[in-house]
Design a protein around this ligand. Sequence first.
Ligand SMILES: [Zn+2]
Length: 218
Amino acid sequence: MGKEAVTLGADVFAFFTRNPRGGRAKALDPADIEAFLTFQQEHGIGTLVAHAPYTMNACAAKENLRIFARETMADDLKRLDQLPGNLYNFHLGSHVKQGVETGIELIAQQLNEVLRPEQKTTVLLETMAGKGTEVGRGFEELRAIIDRVGHAERLGICLDTYHVWDADYDIRGHLDEVLTDFDRVIGLSRLCAIRLFVSCRSSSRRPMMPPAMPAKSP
Ligand SMILES: [Zn+2]
């Protein structure tokens, strides 16, 4: 994947930690990790964004689904720590009619169980569109999760422009105001990655999807 990024002229890239629809991750080969770290240095590749599978739902009503989410995240973070200093982005999940408050509590609970002080990966809460019972539509919901997490220094935000647009933040007409609000509620220092969607038509509500672009480390 690093080679492909370099071929495209990129110096960062995002990838899925495993099949985005879930499932087991391939065993890591230490030789592969070594080879990538050397390649990364040689080609000046910066911070990577690893994306968690979409099937993870930290605030599911069913306990087995929450256990799956917790174990998947813990496993992903353990693996990512072999490539220190990168970012791990996840969708907060859907509270499935338990209420936003319960959803926020359950997500924070999972993060408190999984995050370790010695961890070398920053976990990103992704801004969500709020479809159905999705948590993370408003910046306040993200802030409420951060406030409940013990090792909040290991947390950042991935701003998905498509999701915030869908959540009714007018990033096309009032980007400065949206960012000011982000700064007021969450703090710009937590903005670690931007997933940028570009539309060919000025009024399109269904933009095209370029790859994610990490902005900066916290
Ligand atoms: Zn995402």
